[in-house]
Design a protein around this ligand. Sequence first.
Ligand code: HEM
Ligand code: HEM
Length: 396
Amino acid sequence: MIAGNTNRAYGWVARLFHWSVAALILGAIGLGLYSNSLPTGTEAQLQSVFAAFSWHKTVGVTVLTLAVLRIVWTLTQPKPRPLHPTRRLELFLAEAVHWALWIGMVIMPVTGWIIHSAAPGGFSRILWPFGQHLPLIPENADLAKALGHFHETGWWVLAGLIVLHVAGALKHALIDRDGTLSRMAGPAHRAPEPPASQASPLSHLLPILAALAIWAGTALIPAEQTEEPVATAAQPASGWAVQQGTLGIEVAQGGAPISGQFGSWQAAIDYDPTAKTGHVAVSIDIASLTLGAVSDNAKGPDFLNAPAFPTAKFAGDILPPATEGIPHIARGSLTIAGQTVPAELPFSLEISGSVAKAQGEMTVDRRDFGIGAGYGDESTVGFPVTIRFDLTATQQ
Ligand code: HEM
Ligand code: HEM
């Protein structure tokens, strides 16, 4: 069989691309669904999820690589002419589905890869040596979430297109018995000679527009509305009220840092700028934590156990800096998952008029709180957890 296409049939290179990409796409869908269906309760189960997702991503990236090579090859090749040029609607449907499949075989792995690059933290890796993250994609949880929605809707669209495409191929094979399948699957010499056809430019353009509309429509399907955590609520404080701020944590997962934020927390701050002393009490809503793809695990029974311990607390006295210019310290206690441990939180403070900006961080050991007791080493989740805040408060 010859390598290149003819007017009658696809050559072996196009066939090799067609069938390998088809098999790998079905593999990627299967592995994606399988990975998401696995239980995550124990360390061993979590490791299996990471491994399954690694395979999903690796197969997906292989699809992308082959798809790009296939597009380049296809651009150099003649396209076998339609067998029934007069069946306008059928031709339009076949072409529209082909174009939508072309888009799908690129857009699905690209969105997956952007999620992988933008999701905070190092989740399961692509099993290859050529780097993990796409250039120019910032770490951005919102971007990962939005594309995660597209990726999860997109596979349905891609699967639907494959069903339509296969249904078309089967119609040709079983009802029309016209040899269309031999153009891609059977011996090329059995492929019938297509009639000469003069297609109008519009008949090429319409299927492309239809395919673009299918994927644009997919992008516009809204995500199910989940309740957004209330952003940092300003608690009427004796002295200072928080206007805005972030409270986040960072921990190593599978050896790579992963960071997340609490959407809902309150701080009551009492501070005398002259004496440089005061008191702070922070209450954190554990259920409002988002931590990349492992938010649910982090809040689950193995770790922070939000249902049993919905609130974490820090309460401490603000001590003046020993010398001008070095950070303040809030010394007190931190309660997480029902365990209270003495804690010191160094923080910088800038006051201008009635506005104060403060930021600081402390690192705790999750074992002191009995968090992740079933994860006795650091291969899945590291021991140190950095807690970081940044806030602006105004004097009341
Ligand atoms: C993930 C699965 C699949 C994808 C993404 C896919 C994609 C495509 C694309 C883009 C074309 C057009 C090629 C071109 O014009 O250069 C094509 C052609 C074709 N595909 Fe598939 N395909 C898939 C699965 C299948 C399966 C399972 C069958 C058979 C049951 C099949 C049968 C055919 C046939 C017969 C053609 C040639 C149509 C013609 O000569 O006009 N495909 N496929
Ligand atoms: C042909 C290519 C691909 C297809 C057809 C595909 C399909 C899927 C499917 C079916 C799921 C499960 C969705 C669900 O359970 O609702 C999934 C999830 C996922 N895929 Fe892919 N995928 C592809 C490529 C990739 C690539 C290349 C990457 C990364 C490098 C990737 C990253 C992910 C991630 C991170 C998830 C989990 C998303 C979430 O739960 O929010 N995918 N994919």
